[in-house]
Design a protein around this ligand. Structure first.
Ligand code: PEP
Ligand code: MG
Length: 892
């Protein structure tokens, strides 16, 4: 197998094999740019090395061959005592992993060739010894795991001994002495001398780069960035050029545009008389490129020309590393550069204006995750606030406020105009008023699909969950030695999960102001807002998926509509059973006779009707899926423990409160060990007579009322937790009767469909489709029941271990598990449509707003995704990207 490629043999499309750096060095070589000669050892060699542990058959011979070519090209031999060729050995994986892997410079130097190097450099002893000490330092640290600080200490001592502060003030003799000191450090830690054989140095350095692929920090970085572990790294062996040969030499990094905000115009840092790692290490203050223009106009002009060539060639922002050796410019690296979310949008739009790319390509070059980042207010961290703990960033944003521990207190304090952060061990539906009143929510238990997270995301409210170092009491919480009491101010970052003490200043998002309609992109004079507007408009023109929203109130529906929602995919009606209606729900649960129950239902019905009318009005003309009540009814009753204690105390005091006793009996009766698998959803509707009927009547009456106002309601009634067609048929038969007797001549048409969220429903979708006009995939429950993971517990409890072991790369509650749960979706979609052509298919679980999952739903052929209002623009963008990508374009 060919393991080594000369730079002339590669090109930019061979990143899998040559890594990003190697592929781009080859590309620049082919473009005729001044790249020092060299070769790349492939990722295949790395994989083989890591499999075998030490050795790759045939690699040595290939390195010999390419080294000979390099020596011929350079007219020098590696480590030749009289006139040495020196090389750098650099890692380079397919995806950039900055600072994660290893580099060794100046390979080929030893006690003899250091003099040869000095002669090459015109008798510059200082330079030669400086290069040698750098080799021992880097080689020691990287290849032999010598603690780096020991070298730094020795350098520091040399400076102190000489009474100087800057390493350039050390002369040749000082550096020669430093080499001796470094060698001692090396021998002390390795038990042998620094290797003098240049080829041995090279082989050891290559092996060290291979091994660095599996270093802890690289493994961690890959996991975070979702870079597959099996890719391996390539190794680039490149003839050394020197930026530390004097004032006419130097080294720098540059970007063809500003990677922070996308502004046009080159941007970079330069350091004269230095090697590359000095720039990165921030040892000295860097100069700007305009300083370079002053210092070395010829190299500067050439650099500008090369940067223009690279941008034209790659058709995107490039970042580069370069070195100037005695007035001669060399290119050491280029790649399509990383950038902030704002720069990604701005640059894509600029490149369209410049005629470099079309809108399709601009669209695939930005991501929903980047758009999401732009939509949340952010902390201004300039003041370096103190972070006291970290949880799961469950609903992005930045919020600060006084700590409160109960929903009631949140409402009270918020009413005085002060911002509050509601801190709970976990939240439940009772906390809703407090969550609405709070600026942000912080819990010590639960993950990204816990109640707190789901509800907060729905409201676009900042939430940090599962901060498990936190002990939450009734009027304070503690984290180690910190105690935070009610009334203290904290700040929480729902993106990073960080919790800060005190108030951290917050900036609002102009992108949200644009979506809200408060900023006109044409007038805003803000390139970012214009870019977002332009790209999302294009996404809308391309996407096949409709985007709906999950909303339970008129206000949420209205906001989602402003954000571009094309209807409601899930209205969770149980959210309408809370607050002051709770008493009616209790009456319903406690009802002993049919008459009592009917009374309670009759009292609820007008309230529900008003809720629905409000939503239908806001979504006039667009479909609104209303889900019949889903959760177990005991969620609406007081907790068993609290009630039992209360009644026991009453008994002790010789009192009997009949209402409490009845309630306790009811709570006991309804208590379930596994409520998620118990009496909820359609099961509840079949067991409590009149409950679903009341809701169906309220929906129909609300629709008729809107039609009478001249509106166009498009209700869709959805039955939750169906596992068998018979369940749906039973509900359907009753609903149809009610609808038929209520619509009159209003012209209102109501679809009846079901959630597919129980695995059995997915597997019998062909039967279920006979009774359903639409399916909406409830991927939260489908994931819960597909994996057997309790959605409220597992993320906080043990997912860290699963992620660590690589059992999955991301929580399946966050991004759909395409192999398992996704397969259920696919089966149900295919079998459902086969049974009922034209069956409408959507998804309303949390995955509906997850970028990767949106691509999957596009591919499976769903009609729409539904997500929380704030994720609507993200889903629009990703649905557009999915459509462009599946057109078979090669933009990615
Ligand atoms: C689901 O299960 O995916 C769903 C949307 O329903 P809920 O989250 O309300 O259980
Ligand atoms: Mg569900």
């Amino acid at each position: 197998m060919k393991f080594v490629y000369d730079f002339h043999e590669g090109n930019k499309d061979l990143k899998d094999l040559l890594g990003g750096k190697g592929a781009n060095l080859a590309e620049m070589t082919n473009l005729g740019l001044p790249v020092p000669p060299g070769f790349t050892i492939t990722t295949e060699a790395c994989k083989e090395f890591l499999r075998e542990g030490t050795h790759v058959d045939g690699l040595d011979a290939q390195i010999d061959e390419h080294l000979a070519t390099l020596e011929r090209d350079m007219g020098r031999r590696l480590g030749d005592p009289a006139d040495p060729l020196l090389v750098s050995v650099r890692s380079g994986a397919k995806f950039s992993m900055p600072g994660m892997m290893e580099t060794v410079l100046n390979v080929g130097l030893n006690d003899e060739s250091v003099d040869g190097l000095s002669r090459q450099a015109g008798g510059n002893d200082r330079f030669a010894w400086d290069s040698y000490r750098r080799l021992i330092q880097m080689f020691g640290k990287t290849v032999c795991e010598v603690p780096g600080h020991e070298f730094e200490d020795a350098l520091h001592e040399a400076k102190v001994a000489k009474g100087v502060t800057d390493d350039v003030q050390l002369d040749a003799e000082d550096l020669r002495a430093l080499v001796t000191a470094y060698k001692k450090v090396f021998a002390k830690h390795t038990g042998h001398d620094f290797p003098q054989d240049p080829r041995e140095q090279l082989d050891l350095a290559i092996a060290a780069v291979f091994r660095s692929w599996n270093a802890d920090r690289a493994v961690l970085y890959r996991r975070q960035e979702r870079i597959p572990a099996e890719l391996g790294t390539a190794v680039n062996v490149v003839a050394m050029v020197f930026g530390n040969l004097g004032a006419d030499s130097g080294t720098g990094v540059a970007f063809t545009r500003d990677p922070a905000n996308g502004e046009q115009g080159v941007y970079g840092d330069y350091l004269s008389n230095a090697q590359g790692e000095d720039v990165v290490a921030g040892i000295r203050n860097t100069l700007s490129l305009s300083d370079l223009e002053r210092l070395d106009k010829k190299s500067y002009d050439e650099l500008m020309q090369i940067m223009a060539t690279l941008e034209g060639h790659y058709r995107d922002l490039c970042d580069i590393e370069f070195t100037i050796e005695r007035g001669k410019l060399w290119m050491l690296q280029t790649r399509v550069g990383k950038r902030t979310a704002a720069a990604a949008f701005t640059i894509a739009s600029q490149l369209v204006d410049e005629g470099v790319i079309d809108l399709d390509e601009a669209l695939v070059r930005v991501t929903g995750a980047q758009l999401g980042q732009l939509m949340f207010p952010r902390f201004d961290l300039a003041s370096s606030p103190e972070s006291i703990t970290r949880g799961v960033g469950a609903s992005p944003g930045a919020a600060y406020g006084e700590v409160v521990f109960t929903a009631a207190r949140a409402v009270e304090v918020a009413a005085t105009g002060k911002p509050v952060i509601l801190v709970r061990r976990e939240t439940n539906p009772d906390d809703l008023p407090g969550m609405i009143a709070a600026q942000g929510i912080l819990t010590s238990r639960g993950g990204k699909t816990s109640h707190a997270a789901v509800v907060a995301r729905g409201m676009g409210k900042t939430c940090v969950c599962g901060a498990d170092e936190m002990e939450v009491g009734s009027s304070s919480f503690t984290i180690g030695s910190h105690t935070v009491s009610e009334g203290d101010v904290i700040s929480i970052d729902g993106t990073t999960g960080r919790v800060y003490l005190g108030e951290v200043p917050v900036r609002p998002s102009e992108v949200v102001q644009y979506f809200e309609g408060d900023l006109d992109p044409a007038q805003a004079n803000d390139p970012l807002v214009f870019a977002v507007h332009r790209i999302i408009t294009h996404a809308d023109s391309k996407r096949r998926l409709y985007v709906r929203t999950n909303a339970d109130t008129g206000a949420d529906a209205a906001r989602a509509r402003r954000f571009g929602a094309q209807g409601i995919g899930l209205c969770r009606t149980e959210h309408m059973f809370l607050g002051d209606r709770r008493e009616l729900v209790e009456r319903l649960i406690l009802a002993r006779t049919e008459a009592d129950r009917n009374d309670a239902l009759a009292a609820l019905q007008p309230l529900q009707r008003a809720d629905f009318l409000d939503i239908f009005r806001e979504m006039n003309g667009l479909p609104v899926t209303i889900r019949l009540i889903d959760p177990p009814l005991h969620e609406f009753l007081p907790s068993l423990e609290e009630l039992a204690v209360r009644v026991a105390v009453q008994h002790e005091q010789g009192q009997r409160v009949e209402h409490d006793e009845q309630m306790l009996a009811a709570v006991r009766r309804m208590h379930e060990q596994n409520p998620m698998l118990g009496l909820r959803g359609v099961r509840l509707g079949l067991v409590i007579p009149g409950l679903f009927a009341m809701q169906v009547r309220a929906i129909t009456e609300a629709a008729v009322a809107l039609a009478a106002e001249g509106g166009k309601p498009r209700p869709e009634i959805m039955v939750p937790l169906v596992g068998a067609v018979q369940e749906l048929e039973t509900v359907r038969a009753e609903a149809e009767k009610i609808i038929a007797s209520t619509v009159g001549d209003s012209g209102v048409e109501i679809l009846i469909g079901t959630m597919i969220e129980v695995p059995r429903a997915a597997l019998t979708a062909g039967q279920i489709a006979e009774a359903a006009e639409f399916f909406s995939f409830g991927t939260n429950d489908l994931t819960q029941m597909g994996w057997g993971f309790s959605r409220d517990d597992v993320e906080g409890a043990f997912f860290w271990r699963y992620l660590e072991l690589g059992i999955f790369g991301i929580s399946p509650f966050e991004s759909i598990d395409t192999d398992g749960v996704g397969r259920l979706v696919r089966i149900a979609a295919e079998e459902g449509r086969a049974a009922r052509p034209g069956l409408k298919l959507g998804v309303c679980g949390e995955h509906g707003g997850d970028p990767d999952s949106v691509h999957f739903f596009h591919e499976v052929g769903l009609d729409y995704v539904s997500c929380s209002p704030f994720r609507v623009p993200i889903a629009r963008l990703e649905a557009g990207r999915a459509a462009v990508e599946s057109e078979g374009s090669d933009h990615r």
